[in-house]
Design a protein around this ligand. Structure first.
Ligand SMILES: [Zn+2]
Length: 474
């Protein structure tokens, strides 16, 4: 719901609201990288679609706003003066960290190649073992560990430093390091087999010409499997979960009113409480999983600190992701995008090798050091395609906002007021910049800015004469 979606999200979040943001989240690097490897690239077909969506989805569509002054006379997103100053400061720091991390990711891989280190490492490994599979496994592991230790860990530490300083995170450094070590373990577990697979696909006769295609064909089912296993297997590594009704029976009952209004069924056993408060002061809820593992998760901070009306909206927004099948749609886009992205990665990697390979001592992509070039091409394309991914995510988020606001109609006295108040709470919890740079927002925000969400909510009243709700008939 908020900006920080914990975990994967595939191309779209909420796969996270489901999908997450990260200055505050741990385990986040891991998911970002999974996304990178698999859905990361949901680009190609998604590219054309995303560009179209992006044009209209970055800000809520003006056509949806009733003409004239804000009819509800609600002041959209505002912060107390002290918080405002902090939010403005963080509004400068966050993009620096975000874009700095992307550039450093490219820079670190480039250095690995330009210094000849990748090739020397392979030669050293070859001298140590004659087992080719072991050599490729060790190189894949060292490469993945290098990116994690040189890029993810320091960037994450900078983010965590500011998160602590501004009171968003309350996770101690030892606990944070423990989470990072778990993330490293998971990263190696996933990336070593994937990098080895890419390497062998480039070697085998039957697949060497179209290795990107076969790699994508292998990634797509893995992406589904990850999404399915995320809630039962991976998320509990970082947080404790319990059925929402166990400690918040009254709240769960209130939420059932939202579910009843949607006309579908989300049984109570698919509602979970996540114990986020030991690590974060943030407020969040998200939808996660696929098929039998699909669920709505509410952070305990949200359940305990947000007024009930606002929780109803937050939950209704998540219900929107659930009911509108945003995870399945995101995965579908990711599947097509993966093929397009990996094709582009292979072409770019081959071009980079032709252009710079001599200096790097890398003759071909289809050798172990070539995996470094593949990762570099991937990092470059990740930056280039980020706006598509962001716009697609913002589109789903806006849809869930509309759904959520419509869903609480009749359940709270004034849906416009409640929704704006919920965005105030979220914005204050994360110190969201009230006036983000439009370029930064367009390029990197996976949710519309809190300001634009609140402005839309303050104006959105489809129950007045001449207007029609989008998802509910009454
Ligand atoms: Zn959402």
């Amino acid at each position: 719901m908020g900006k920080r979606k914990p975990f994967l999200t595939v191309i779209v979040s909420d796969s996270r609201d489901v999908w997450i943001e990260t200055m505050t989240y741990n385990g986040n690097h891991f998911w970002r990288r999974i996304r990178n490897l698999g859905s990361f690239v949901a680009l190609g077909l998604a590219l054309a679609l995303g560009l179209a969506i992006g044009a209209c989805a970055q800000q809520p569509s003006a056509a949806e706003l009733p003409a004239g002054p804000n009819p509800s006379q609600i002041q959209p997103y505002h912060l107390p003066p002290a918080k405002l100053a902090q939010a403005i400061a963080l509004g400068r720091i966050r993009p620096l960290i975000h874009f700095g991390a992307e550039l450093w990711n490219v820079g670190a891989l480039w250095l690995l190649l330009a210094t000849g280190s990748a090739t020397r490492l392979v030669q050293w490994l070859a001298a140590k073992t004659r087992l080719r599979w072991l050599e490729s496994a060790l190189f894949s592991g060292l490469l993945a560990a290098f990116v994690f230790l040189a890029v993810d860990l320091p960037v994450g530490a900078i983010g965590h430093f500011f998160s602590l300083r501004y009171g968003i995170s309350v996770e101690t450094w030892p606990l944070w390091l423990l989470d990072q070590s778990k993330t490293l373990g998971l990263t190696l577990l996933v990336e070593i087999p994937l990098l080895m697979l890419a390497f062998y696909l480039m070697q085998w006769n039957w697949s060497r010409r179209r290795y990107w295609f076969w790699f994508a064909a292998a990634i797509v089912p893995l992406l589904l499997l990850f999404t399915f296993l995320l809630p039962p297997l991976i998320e509990p590594i970082f947080f404790d979960f319990e059925p929402l009704s166990q400690s918040h029976a009254a709240l769960a009952q209130q939420l059932e009113r939202v579910v009843a209004r949607t006309g579908t069924s989300i049984p109570p056993e698919r509602m979970f409480l996540m114990k986020a408060s030991e690590k974060s002061n943030g407020l969040n809820a998200y939808v996660s999983g696929l098929g039998a593992s699909r669920r709505i998760v509410v952070w305990d901070t949200t359940a305990d600190r947000m007024p009930t009306d606002q929780i109803l909206f937050t939950f209704a927004h998540e219900t929107g992701h659930y009911v509108l099948h945003h995870i399945a749609k995101g995965l579908t886009l990711a599947a097509f995008g993966t093929f397009a992205l990996l094709w582009a990665v292979s072409r770019l990697a081959e071009w980079l090798t032709r252009r710079f390979g001599k200096g790097w001592r890398v003759e071909t992509v289809a050798a172990l050091p070539g995996l470094t070039v593949l990762l570099l091409a991937f990092a470059l394309l990740q930056i280039a395609t980020e706006p598509v991914e962001s716009a697609t995510s913002r589109h789903f988020e806006h849809e869930a906002d509309v759904f959520g606001q419509e869903a609480i109609h009749g359940l709270v006295p004034d849906p416009q007021k409640t929704t704006v108040a919920a965005f105030d709470s979220l914005g204050e919890a994360y110190l969201d910049d009230p006036n983000p740079n439009p370029f930064v927002e367009f390029w990197s925000y996976d949710h519309p800015s809190t300001q634009s969400r609140a402005i839309f909510a303050a104006h959105y009243n489809p129950w007045v004469a001449g207007q029609k709700p989008r998802f509910f008939s009454k």
